[in-house]
Design a binder for this molecule. Structure first.
Ligand code: SF4
Ligand code: SF4
Length: 120
């Protein structure tokens, strides 16, 4: 895979903005999950993706300690239900093909588990 992914198996502290909504953890891992790539710019602190995620605390802000107030978004792979809502829409009214920076990709759970070394 050409893109270098941030490995989310050691999740940093979840800061705001965070997704909100369903608090039920998936009983069974979905076939694929969303992964944020290094292309994430953090949308200058106003992530366009987070509001579309229906799962509580699934998408969250991680500040860049070296370059405040910049940061980025990560996905909690244990909470992602693979709905793709974060990748199929842009800001309200604008239908974009993925996040504005193409920074969110879907990866099969099998591939993710093998790559990262965790069981979802
Ligand atoms: S994943 Fe895309 S939409 Fe979300 S903060 Fe990063 S660049 Fe912005
Ligand atoms: S695929 Fe769905 S559940 Fe997963 S991060 Fe995107 S919006 Fe949230």
């Amino acid at each position: 895979m050409a893109t270098t992914f941030v490995e989310p198996f050691v999740l940093p502290e979840k800061m705001r903005p965070k997704s909100s909504g369903r608090k039920d953890k998936p009983k069974k891992a979905p076939k694929e999950i969303a992964v944020i790539t290094d292309g994430c710019t953090g949308c200058a602190g106003s992530p366009a993706c987070v509001e579309y995620c229906p799962m509580e605390d699934c998408m969250f802000w991680v500040p860049d300690a070296d370059f405040p107030p910049f940061g980025r978004i990560l996905v909690d792979p244990w909470l992602c239900i693979g709905c793709k809502k974060c990748t199929s829409k842009g800001p309200d009214g604008a239908f974009l093909d993925g996040c504005p920076w193409d920074a969110i990709v879907m990866e099969t759970t099998v591939d993710f588990e093998a790559r990262v070394g965790v069981k979802l």
